[in-house]
Ligand binder design. Sequence first.
Ligand code: THU
Length: 130
Amino acid sequence: MAPEKIEYEKLIEMAVAAANRAYAPYSKYKVGAALLASDGRIFTGCNVENKNIGSGICAERTAIVKAVSEGANTFIACAVACATDYRCYPCGLCRQFLSEFGPDLQIVVREENGYSIKTIGELLPAPSLK
Ligand code: THU
């Protein structure tokens, strides 16, 4: 069931907790995501790096992959947080990946004094269609 009121603070807290589980021995930049699906489930993700730099995966894509593989494919909001930093916005590749599920997904980014919200359509107004 879709939640009546979106608990953004809770999503941010879950993203921070996920960030602390990140495997980021190379960049040391630990990122977490908490993705709220339309059915009310929340899927977390963290970045998982690799010796082969390009083989790593970002927190946001981890969360999406977990969600879709568990049967959720419509989403309301995705919180993103770095364990040690603020304003951790999705990278270009993640923006494209997140855009697949529609332009209205809310991207909730941790700020020093709380969080900010932009839709994925605002962050990537013209996603690739092919
Ligand atoms: N990273 C994420 O997981 N999500 C973001 O929104 C920004 C960057 C990861 C990728 C890489 O493992 C590390 O942070 C440094 O770029």
